[in-house]
Design a protein around this ligand. Structure first.
Ligand code: PRP
Length: 216
């Protein structure tokens, strides 16, 4: 065990439970207060670890700046944020995909620069640039599905997991963009200075992921 404490940035919300379960399966003794409290820093002294609970979009920021040594971040966030961190392992949890959606009545090609609402303005701009389509991106922070219904945007770019949110709001998927899973990310300096602990963590997580895949 290392002398130094390893700080792990965890994403609150959708990914959290699966990430906690994966860490427990990898042998990390995460206490019940992980699920039960509103604390944002949870110390696990017996493992010489500290967990910080951040907004998913902020996890790569904590890791890039070295405020956390490692973290769990969705591929969606990694593409959007483009932070200077190493993406070392596909954790294969919280699988979903990024898609373009619209009202079923939406008639593509009617506007010069259609309005696209998204929590992922960089990812969306890059996508439409690659498609050669000129669009206007409208950045929102959540409840993206509202935008086309209320007339704020023509289409949305968002993650789809069960498809329930699209369905319940009467939207349809018009393009599937890319698959998304959660990634284990590492601060480049920590990767050198705490390599033993980080390599151990990556190995343990990889073993759990491999075992899960084999049992499928
Ligand atoms: C995400 C996403 C969709 C929804 C997709 O929102 O932005 O709205 O989940 O999941 P589904 O396909 O299973 O319905 P989230 O719950 O993170 O909340 P948000 O609206 O604040 O982004």
């Amino acid at each position: 065990m290392s002398k130094e404490c390893l700080t792990v940035a965890m994403p609150k919300g959708r990914i959290f439970e699966e990430a906690v379960e994966l860490l427990r399966e990898a042998g990390y003794p995460l206490p019940p207060e992980f699920e039960d409290s509103r604390k944002l820093i949870i110390e696990v002294p017996e493992a010489k670890m500290r967990f910080i609970l951040a907004k998913p979009m902020d996890v790569p920021t904590y890791v890039e700046h070295g405020a956390a040594d490692v973290g769990v971040a969705g591929k969606d966030v990694m593409i959007e944020e483009k932070r200077d961190v190493y993406e070392v392992l596909d954790l294969k949890i919280s699988a979903c995909y990024m898609a373009v959606a619209a009202l079923p009545t939406y008639n593509r090609g009617c506007e010069v620069a259609p309005k696209i609402a998204s929590k992922y303005p960089n990812l969306a701009s890059e996508y439409f640039r690659e498609q050669g389509e000129q669009v206007e991106i409208i950045k929102l922070n959540g409840s993206i599905e509202l935008a086309p219904i209320i007339g704020l945007a023509d289409r949305i770019v968002d993650i789809v997991s069960t498809g329930q949110t699209l369905k319940e709001n009467g939207l349809v998927e018009v393009e599937t963009m890319m698959p998304i899973t959660s990634r284990f990310i590492v601060n480049p300096v920590s990767y050198r200075t705490k390599s033993t602990d980080i390599d151990d963590m990556v190995d343990r997580l990889a073993d759990v992921i491999d075992a899960k895949e084999r049992s499928l």
